[in-house]
Ligand binder design. Sequence first.
Ligand code: AQP
Length: 355
Amino acid sequence: KGDKSGVSSINRGLVMARELTMNRIFSGVQPTGNLHLGNYLGAIRNWVQLQADYECIFCVVDLHAITAWQEPEELTANTREVAAAMIASGIDPKDNIICNQSQVSNHAELAWIFNCVARLGWLNRMTQFKEKAGKDRERASAGLFVYPNLMAADILAYRAGHVPVGEDQKQHLELANDIGEKFNHDWEVPGFFPEIEPLILGEATRVMSLRDGTKKMSKSDPSDMSRINLTDDADQIAQKIRKAKTDPEPLPETAAGFEGRPEARNLVTIYAALTDSTTAQVLGEVGGSGFGDFKKKLADAAVAHLSPITSEMNRLLADPAEIDRTLFKGGEKARAMSAPVLASVREILGFVQPG
Ligand code: AQP
């Protein structure tokens, strides 16, 4: 803390910043392989709808990915695959920013500053760290522990006010708000970083594993049968749904009948999301019938929805240089957009920089 009289451009920037944050969105996906239906329904599909009303930055968060070991060739391929999935799903890279995080070093710089703002006690409460570090916490990378600080930096480097995510990211966004608030308070710049609003949209905010309805569908699940990958073909999708875990009872007539039946709830929720209907509508249609018929309907809906995306992804991936150009152009725009925020942050902190 200290004399703020030298802080000149900050207040001028604040009014503009408040207006900007109202309609700026940031969201990201890690290029850790096995992009799945949960990533699509919980995040990417919602982004496609939001792009019309917001200024959007959609980021392949490769710096987040290396919090766990990534083979370099696989990281490159997975980065292109996530970018291709975004474009194939309908995100227009001309009207929005599609970039990879490591090309915009402002994220890493702000994350370091946030490492000095966030408290160890806050990070210790993060359930994702506990889940991912597992029992052998001492061997987890320091990056995995401070992952939420980098996530806060991703968003606040653009002063983005909205973040569309799946339910699993809610706790990290609360922490990002704590960091922004503490920064504003400690350096006496009220409103410099905006409050972030999570946008948790759609029917399928938490898609569960096909093998265990109590576990999130996840890229890192060792069983490929637990998830539908965006690269799966029609036969693989149908087979995974046919083999999905269920119970012996017929489907319930109402949502109350999902009690103690997480697998039934999950499959119905996925079907509702894929067919743009509500769970109640789906149960009105299929309640009382057995899983056999329902699984066929679900497989047809999944294939009809995902096949065009998978073919477009494959077409895009056949020209990796073009994807790289898109990421480079996105990176240029992202650097330009975040540069004034970082310049203000350096000024607020008192870092000496060119006048
Ligand atoms: N199962 C899910 N249901 C709904 N949304 C989900 N998301 C992830 N899993 C589900 C959302 O997808 C976006 C990108 O996620 P990510 O790749 O950045 O990180 P993640 O949440 O760690 O993804 P995974 O698949 O669960 O990876 P691993 O196995 O590595 O932990 C986010 O918006 C997320 O909410």
